[in-house]
Design a binder for this molecule. Structure first.
Ligand code: GLU
Length: 467
């Protein structure tokens, strides 16, 4: 049997990380078993399902590297098939026409409430002859729910979950306007796509019991179910904007790398010993559903930052440069020509050691592309007092003498200069840093000077000395 999983989002305009994690688990499970990972866009709500909302899903998945093995299936294109199956269930006596008006249904619900029963459809048309309905009355098609016994789902995460069939009612599968309901469409599509494992959020667990009625009525093979616990905020409440980023694009814009977000989402609620950091290859090799916990996970932004910092340090410098250029592009007063890009690339090994995310990385690299006069932070400005300006003037003369502006020669020059001035190196490095970066923090002073290059260093010092 080929394992076939699917991710089936409804285009809502964002890809919530709970859903993104479901996509990741579906992907990893399929890949672990050398199967297929498929995508179905559940776009039956035509008003919400704009191309833009669909693109959010496609872009989000592409960004996370979760590429489906086949082109996406759009649920809206399959309505004829959903109708065909509903009619088949009608013809085989597994479903029936219900002519109840909305008023009658409302009355039914009120009555059930008064009697202290759950507000369910009472099966009024289940055994009635449709000829009893007034002519031209619109009707829905309802499935005949089992009336006794129980239904068990052997869930791969939740274990065995049992529901008494008395809890189920004759749910609508085709509405009066002939459109399929969500429950019906999902089952038809999962069957036709040969899905073997339905892995989704545990908010769908009750849906699974209802969907099983359709599998049974059609005599279709039932997929394995795995319902994943939801992701909560750090305080245990439902994850929302007030906790921080909660959608994939927000995390991307806040400067997280996709491999870091995926790594974190995997570790959130799935464990393999104490292994915190796992590459995609390792994830595929190790992932299985038995490692998924049953209780809701709590989002831990600090841990995510830590994992992001790790993956930043591992990332290829050229790739990082590209990513931060798009961020620097949005800022004023920066010259992002080829020469300055080379400076960023030169300093990247040091820069990436110090940043938690791409925004911070861009922020820390910005000074390399600034034009003179630089903007100085208050602390930097303070360091550039008269005494230090005189010191920098002397230092500029020494730096100017260097025939080769290498890290070693810079280092040597700074040490010698400090010694001659009877100062600790820091007393020289700090005003120097302030003068050439506009800030009091930067990578090592030798790395910083080397990345900027001799001409730029002297030009920046000149602007301070003569300013
Ligand atoms: N479209 C549903 C949702 O976005 C998911 C359906 C499913 O996975 O079965 O919540």
């Amino acid at each position: 049997m080929t394992v076939r999983t699917r991710f089936a989002p409804s285009p809502t305009g964002l890809l919530h990380i709970g859903n993104a994690r479901a996509a990741l688990f579906n992907y990893l499970y399929a890949k672990h078993y050398h199967g297929e990972f498929l995508l179905r866009i559940e776009d039956t709500d035509r008003e919400r399902s704009t191309q833009q909302a669909v693109d959010v899903i496609l872009d989000g998945l592409a960004w996370m590297g979760l590429i489906p093995d086949k082109p996406p299936v759009y649920q809206s294109t399959r309505i004829k098939r959903h109708q065909e199956i509903a009619l088949h269930l009608l013809e085989t006596g597994k479903a029936y026409k219900c002519f109840c008006t909305p008023e009658e249904l409302a009355e039914m619900r009120t009555k059930a409430k008064v009697e202290g029963k759950p507000p369910r459809y009472n099966g009024y048309w289940r055994d009635r002859d449709p000829s009893e309905a007034p002519p031209n009355t619109p009707y829905t098609i309802r499935i005949k729910a089992p009336r006794e016994g129980k239904t068990i789902i052997h869930d791969l995460v939740q274990g065995d979950v049992t529901v008494g069939n008395i809890e189920l009612d004759d749910m609508i599968i085709l509405r009066a306007d002939s459109t399929p309901t969500y429950q019906h469409a999902v089952v038809c599509d999962d069957h036709d796509m040969n899905i073997t494992h339905v892995i989704r959020g545990d908010d769908h667990l009750t849906n699974s019991f209802r969907q099983l009625m359709i599998y049974h009525a059609m005599g279709w093979e039932i997929p394995q179910f795995a319902h994943l616990p939801l992701i909560h905020g750090p305080d245990g409440a439902k994850l929302s904007k007030r906790h921080g980023a909660s959608s994939v694009m927000e995390f991307r814009d806040e400067g997280y790398l996709p491999e870091a977000l995926c790594n974190y989402l995997l570790r959130l609620g799935w464990g393999h010993g104490d292994d915190e950091i796992l590459s995609r290859e390792e994830q595929i090799k190790l992932f299985d559903l038995d490692g998924v916990g049953r209780s809701p996970s709590r989002m831990d932004y600090t841990k995510l930052n830590h994992i992001n910092a790790y993956w930043l340090r591992q990332a290829d410098s050229k790739r990082l440069c590209k990513k931060i250029l798009s961020r620097l592009n949005k800022r004023n007063n920066l010259k992002l020509d080829e020469q300055n890009q080379q400076k960023i690339l030169k300093l990247m090994p040091s820069l990436k050691e110090r940043a938690k995310n791409l925004n911070e990385l861009a922020e820390n690299a910005a000074f390399l592309c600034m034009t003179i006069p630089l903007n100085f932070t208050d602390k930097a400005q303070k360091l550039l007092n008269d005494g230090n300006r005189i010191l920098l003037k002397k230092l500029a003369i020494e730096l100017n003498k260097l025939p080769n502006f290498t890290k070693d020669s810079i280092n040597h020059c700074l040490h010698e200069f400090a010694q001659k001035e009877k100062l600790k190196l820091g007393k020289v490095a700090q005003p120097l840093r302030a003068a050439i970066t506009g800030n009091t923090i930067s990578p090592g002073i030798d790395d910083t000077l080397f990345a900027l290059g001799k001409n730029e260093v002297l030009a920046r010092l000149g602007a301070i000395i003569n300013g």
